[in-house]
Design a protein around this ligand. Structure first.
Ligand SMILES: [Zn+2]
Ligand SMILES: [Zn+2]
Length: 404
């Protein structure tokens, strides 16, 4: 694309009135978000997105710009003049494999891929924070703006954390947001403790032997075993004390043989997603599913191979970090919703909150917004300024308070 991302940077002047700054910022960052929307890329393949972000961030004068972090990730670092708390703010870069079915002027140019989780908006919010920091370096400590790849597959956070260059930016605390359809536009959704559930994908591969469809008794067809597994998984042991947490098992894919009539198949595959709001319960649930799957396979004289993928831990908010978000929202006069229970979905930001105190919070995308990952969803641009201002207030609060 011929868009020059840097052109947005110079036009947002931090010395004008707050209202004027907000208006101009939202206008420019909206264009920025919509351009990113037009070039969506799948998890781990965010190279054009990274190039666009890099050009913008270079124009925002960070003290350090780390690229290719954990793959296509980028970290822009802004240092204070005296040492202090290092805050890491994280956003996600990837799009999802969903066809865009909306007639937008900035519609996706990639077949079958679109920004239906709003990560384009999250990146625009972080770009706004970068622009503000370029004119307002923190007085103490440091702020790291992390653009993280591959959130959707649960791989990006781990890759970033394992990248040797992450040692240069080890944070004292971490923050991230996700837009949330179903909640009032611009409201803040926050919880102390567990915010989002753990999840993991289980793949069960079954091998028997094929035979002529006229002689199924001469082969070992996995169809019945798969049917039994689906039924068994559906009847979770909810009476078990360790399962008093959220425990959801969703069958996401089944395949047996080929779409033909002549052969009784010898191979089958079942894929399921497990969710729980407690890491220990997730372990119990996983063992229970494995034991049952192997038992059923054995009883049907089938070989089984079980593998796990896309593992997300729970995302757990520290009380102090959640308080920082709460006081920023209160300062800005934003409505705060505090759900009684953790959300059933997962976020790979949980890998960060496992290691560092932090908070993930939601920003309401409207009570009537289409849901995330649906073809009709589009990130509401009016949220960009709100997101920037919440992060900005968190930074001011945590870093200015340590000055003498
Ligand atoms: Zn998503
Ligand atoms: Zn998302």
């Amino acid at each position: 694309m011929e868009e020059d991302p840097a052109k947005y940077a110079g036009e947002i002047d931090g010395r004008q009135s707050d209202e004027e700054v907000n208006r101009k910022m939202n206008e420019k960052l909206t264009e920025f978000r919509q351009h990113l929307h037009s070039i969506p890329e799948l998890s781990g393949k965010e190279s054009a997105t990274a190039e666009y972000l890099k050009a913008f961030l270079q124009s925002c004068n960070p003290d350090d710009l780390i690229t290719n972090l954990g793959g296509t990730g980028i970290a822009a670092v802004y240092n204070g003049s005296i040492t202090g708390t290092r805050i890491l703010l994280r956003c996600d870069m990837d799009a999802v494999p969903v066809c865009e079915q909306m007639n937008l002027p900035y519609t996706s140019t990639m077949d079958g891929v679109s920004h239906k989780c709003g990560h384009d908006g999250h990146m625009a919010i972080m770009a706004g924070v970068a622009k503000w920091l370029s004119e307002n370096h923190p007085p103490t400590g440091a702020v790291v703006l992390l653009f993280q790849p591959a959130e959707e597959t649960g791989e990006g956070a781990i890759r970033v954390l394992k990248d040797p260059r992450f040692q240069e930016i080890i944070p004292d605390c971490v923050f991230a947001l996700h837009n949330l359809p179903g909640f009032k536009m611009g409201s803040i959704i926050l919880r102390d403790g567990i915010f989002a559930s753990a999840s993991r994908g289980m793949i069960i591969e079954l091998s028997g032997s094929s035979s002529h469809a006229a002689e199924p008794h001469l082969g070992r067809n996995p169809a019945l075993a798969i049917a039994r597994m689906i039924q068994t998984f559906n009847d979770l042991p909810v009476s078990d004390d360790s399962m008093n947490n959220i425990a959801i098992v969703t069958v996401t894919h089944v395949s047996i043989g080929e779409p033909a009539f002549g052969t009784s198949p010898g191979k089958g595959r079942l894929m399921v997603t497990l969710r729980s709001d407690n890491d220990e319960a997730m372990e119990t649930l996983s063992r229970w599913l494995e034991d049952n799957a192997r038992g059923i396979a054995n009883s049907c004289t089938l070989d089984s191979k079980i593998s796990w993928t896309e593992e997300f831990p729970v995302t757990e908010n520290s009380i102090e970090a959640a308080d920082s978000v709460r006081s920023a929202a209160e300062y800005l006069g934003l409505e705060i919703t505090q759900p009684d229970d953790p959300f059933p979905w997962s976020e790979d930001f949980g890998h960060f909150t496992m290691k560092y105190p932090g908070a993930l919070f939601g920003i309401g995308a409207g009570t009537h917004s289409p849901s995330l990952h649906s073809p009709e969803y589009d990130f509401p641009d009016e949220l960009i300024t709100t997101g920037v201002n919440v992060f900005r207030r968190i930074i001011e609060d945590l870093l200015n308070s340590t000055t003498t």
